[in-house]
Design a protein around this ligand. Structure first.
Ligand code: PHE
Length: 491
């Protein structure tokens, strides 16, 4: 019998799952997505997506991990040997993400440091792109940027240390520290933001409902996309994490708690971000619509400007950027655990060897983002791996399990056997019908878009090499490692 790692407590598991779910997506993706897709009216498609896709798939992944007590590849293999590749494909996607996600944590770490003296000055865009990143053009890699290289190395040293210590003494303990700290520092910023002059203008802009948006298909796609990304579904993470649960753990309940905690954090982030944007609009006498942004620009260009204008800028700068660091770290650790667990099982490695090999190789790849073209590389890999990696493998996973295998019924019974809240027919219907339709539609929309124009106007060759090839490469890797026979393969 294999001696499988286990969480120390149920709370430990929940904190780790929330730590994975609550990431940069909650802070810098959700607010803008909600604003652009109907404001207050967006909550209808969003809640619908949570109930018909997010929580059902989370329950499905928790049940798979709990029932088969394995990382994603071996869990899928135990469902049906023809499905092992789906697990490896997910693991490969997670590996790719784990090479660039730490880069953003590294920038945030540097910005936490700059916060003490608002080292970014008043021209925050010029500072970020030129002074800090020394950015060139998309597709031109130029030279190594030590400002970025050194913090990436620091982030990896900390992450590898946590991962070396194992599930209970590493991942669980780190989340027990990170998540409460994150919640406290983030709440302090939100409370400060909503009490700044102009905050109300921002909140009005955020919540103002555009009811006509509900009739728009792309708004629904945006809601489902946000829910999937935000809940870390189809990244192999939730299967891996639930494989460390004790045999008698409740599944449905845990999935509801994770789902609602994650969405609550998103809502609070939306309030904080828009209150801050309202303040900024107020200070600069512009409408809120002029200052809205998301992602990297929101965090590293707009927020430094907001912080410059705030009373006690050093304090709030440190709180904001350390929130990004904390939110990022727990997601990064979760995503690395997917391949660490998978390698360990497939090649009968010790945990330490698996962390050293898997984490070590990912860390080396990470350093490639520390050049002058790193930001464009990151942006491209992120866009393609999400749209043609995570979303596609999610579709394949759900179709394989709910259409082609009787597995859905077994999972249904397994979950109901251990959980208080009993699943009903809505669960199977969501997985068999609603989720595949929305994900399939999303795929076609994305393809139509990317076939007719170059993402961000980047050069075609660059997009081919680092977008399409990376996304397809993850799939090919999944197939390769499955088809080849390895000495330790179980019969
Ligand atoms: N749920 C995460 C987020 O919102 C997504 C993610 C998980 C990204 C793990 C990377 C690693 O940011």
């Amino acid at each position: 019998m294999e001696n499988r790692s286990q969480w120390g407590t149920r709370l430990g598991f929940l904190l780790a799952a929330m730590g994975s779910a609550i990431g940069l997506g909650n802070i810098w993706r959700f607010p803008a997505v909600a604003y652009e897709n109907g404001g207050g009216a967006f909550f209808i498609p969003y809640l619908f997506a949570l109930i018909t896709a997010g929580i059902p798939m989370l329950i499905m992944e928790y049940t798979i991990g709990h029932k088969y007590r394995s990382s994603a590849p071996r869990s899928f293999k135990r469902i049906s040997s023809g499905m092992e590749w789906i697990g490896w494909w997910q693991v490969a996607i997670s590996f790719v993400i784990s090479t660039y996600y730490p880069v953003i944590i590294a920038w945030s770490l540097m910005y936490t440091y700059f916060s003490f003296s608002q080292g970014w000055g008043t021209e925050t865009s010029q500072f970020f792109f030129q002074d800090f990143l020394d950015a060139s053009d998309a597709g031109v890699f130029g030279e190594i940027v030590p400002n970025v290289l050194i913090p990436i190395a620091i982030v990896w040293i900390i992450a590898l240390f946590i991962l070396f210590r194992g599930v209970k003494n590493g991942i669980e303990l780190a989340n027990r520290i990170f998540i409460p700290l994150l919640i406290i520092s983030f709440l302090l910023i939100v409370i400060r933001a909503v009490t700044l002059p102009g905050a109300l203008t921002g909140l009005n802009a955020f919540f103002a409902p555009d009811w006509s948006s509900i009739a728009n298909g792309s708004v629904w796609v945006a809601a489902y996309g946000q829910i999937f990304f935000s809940l870390s579904i189809a990244f192999a993470i939730m299967i891996t994490f639930s494989s460390y649960l004790p045999k008698d753990a409740d599944i449905t309940n845990n999935a509801f708690i994770t789902g609602f905690a994650n969405s609550s954090f998103e809502l609070i982030a939306g309030i904080g971000v828009f209150a801050a944007l309202g303040f900024m609009a107020n200070q600069t006498a512009q409408p809120v619509s002029e200052v809205v942004s998301d992602g990297i620009a929101l965090a590293f260009v707009v927020f430094p400007q907001i912080i410059n204008q705030m009373p006690a800028p050093a304090l709030f700068g440190v709180l904001f950027f350390s929130s990004l660091v904390l939110a990022g770290f727990s997601s990064m650790v979760s995503i690395s655990e997917t391949y660490i667990a998978a390698l360990q099982e497939k090649f009968s490695l010790s945990r330490r060897a698996s962390v050293a090999i898997g984490g070590g190789v990912a860390a080396i790849f990470s350093l490639f983002f520390a050049n002058q073209g790193g930001i464009y590389l990151l942006d491209t890999v992120d866009y393609f791996i999400n749209n043609y990696g995570v979303a596609l493998v999610g579709l394949v996973e759900i179709v394989a399990i709910s259409w082609f295998a009787k597995e859905i019924n077994h999972l249904y019974e397994h979950a109901n056997g251990v959980s208080d809240i009993q699943l009903g027919e809505w669960w199977k219907f969501s997985l068999r019908v609603i989720t595949p339709i929305v994900l399939g539609y999303m795929m076609l929309q994305n393809l139509r878009y990317d076939m007719t124009q170059n993402y961000s106007n980047y050069p075609s060759e660059f997009l081919f090499n680092f977008g399409w090839m990376v996304a397809l490469g993850a799939m090919a890797f999944g197939a390769f490692i499955t088809i080849r026979k390895w000495p330790n393969d179980e019969k």
